[in-house]
Design a protein around this ligand. Sequence first.
Ligand code: SF4
Length: 483
Amino acid sequence: MIMEEEVLWKPLGLKLISFKKLEDGEIVGTGFLNPVLDRFSLFTMLYFQAKFYKQYSDLAQWNGKMVSNTFAPPVGSRPQFRALKALVKSHIFRVSFPLVMTFAVTYKCQCRCPHCSAAHHVRSNIEELSTEEAKRLIDESLDLGISVIAFTGGGPLVRKDIFELISYVNKRKAICHLFTNGLLLNDENVQKLADAGLYSLFLSLDSPYPEEHNRMRGVPGLFEKGVEGLQKLKSKGIFVALSSYATRSGTVKGIYKKMYEFAQKIGVQNLVLFDNVPTGAMMRDTSEMLTKDQREEIIDYTTNIFNQRMKPTLSSQAWQNSIEGYLGGIGCVAGCIQYYVSAYGEVTPCDFTPLSFGSIREEPLKKIWKRMRSHPAYKHRSQFCRMQHPKFRHAYIDPIPNDATLPFSVDKLPRVDFRKILKRPPLLRRKYEYLNNIYRKKTERESQSSSYQKALLQLCALSLVRSCWDISPLSETAQFAST
Ligand code: SF4
């Protein structure tokens, strides 16, 4: 269903650049020049990025270079040139080169979160990647052209060689981030992180209220230790940020605003606000996903912070998946400029997508990346988060068996372009409504007809609808689910 249209350029009443937002979150270009705009998206991206850098030109400095976004390399640094080179190459050759790798170095963790995104990933029969394997992964990733490595987990600081891995990354090629629960941010570890050349650290918070956060993570004092650790990191010159997420029930209460106010209060440089993405332990539960109106609310809030040049910067996933975010070269980055590697070496499109495209223990990373890029679900740019897209979930997430270990092999699922599935349900719905109408009118006319005749009509209508579903690509999915 079409919800609203945003017209960006309409000279002489001619709609040249415009977009429509659909109910399911998808954004489609409707203007006369939209296809051309897609072709030249590099320029819109550079325009929006330049606007961002101008707005936050005084955010921070790193080795004398300007930093406007602690998620991205400093302006004029070699990692930034590598990122630009990869983007230009991607646009000229119409082949995607990745910029970011998220690497879950371990799934061991001190917390017991009921909402853990890494739940169901742990395997008792396989060892996690060794130091040598992890270093080979870093080498292969740098050869592939990435300029940002985000170390995550589990609890990455639980892994003893994490400092060795961070220092192994050639800082002339890539910057390093670390996502942590903050429990191990003691003096010794903070010094080791600084010595290893860490660029920025993201403290994961579920709530701006200490008791609530500690209760959700099952560790008393965790909130306080994490926040204290941030101050130690700041004194060593490491950028600090908060990483949180917006749920449907929390957004009703304005929790994301409280989180921003808290980020301001403790003086971090950035707040990353993810949408609630149903994955890991909550993979089947979509009840806390943001509504369309809530996403719009967060987009407006983010835009307002940006326009007023407020600090910290707010990087919200809702904005990332907005029209401006798409024009600014973001949108869904899974398998486009980003990939994720599990602690066992499995490669997936992003942290939240539990689909494996292969293991670096079995084949080169480059080959796996090419396979991901040529898959019908990842060949195109998607403006909207695939993991929140109902049709993507229907085709790729719902068929994953309940007892499966994640990430699940994508080869065991049908190769379908989920966008093409989009058109079928409305057609089916129309057919179903049409049949229902005939049935209703008929029953009104023949109020005296026997229950046997009614049942027969119902049966006919249902078999027709069933036969329509059987020709849909989803029938393959259904077959898989039953095996
Ligand atoms: S599917 Fe895309 S938008 Fe959604 S979490 Fe992954 S990268 Fe982000």
